[in-house]
Ligand binder design. Structure first.
Ligand code: AMP
Length: 111
């Protein structure tokens, strides 16, 4: 069964798309936890960072570059969090590789 993100990638579900190329799509998070909350999603179906095969590792620097550009575009380059939940115990709810780009407020320390 397709995940929500696969359905967004396949344009079966709506999303506010901020960036898209052949390998990556970036959308606004539907339930933001900060003024800027963007999801940078791999188009290839990969469950999590723990499941990336060596041949797909090149995706990661590309996703980071998208995050850097969006951080500039949304004026949060002075402080943001870029994270990827990995596995059920981390709080991952959609099992399709994505990074959260979070900023626009004081984020404080982790934990
Ligand atoms: P995670 O819990 O790390 O797997 O992150 C999944 C994220 O997807 C959460 O921050 C949700 O708020 C977000 N989300 C869930 N459904 C949608 C949707 N239809 N469009 C955009 N973001 C969504």
């Amino acid at each position: 069964m397709k995940t929500i993100f696969e359905r967004i990638i396949d344009k079966e579900l709506p999303a506010e798309v901020l960036f898209e190329n052949e390998r990556i799509i970036a959308i606004k998070d539907k339930y933001p936890i900060a003024p800027v909350h963007i999801l940078i999603i791999s188009k290839k179906v990969i469950k999590s960072i723990q499941d990336i095969k060596k041949e797909d590792l090149g995706l990661i620097p590309e996703m980071i570059e998208v995050a850097q550009n969006l951080a500039d575009e949304f004026h949060i380059a002075n402080g943001y969090r870029l994270l990827t939940n990995t596995g059920p115990s981390s709080g991952q709810t959609i099992f399709h590789l994505h990074f959260h780009l979070i900023g626009g407020r004081e984020l404080g320390t982790m934990g």
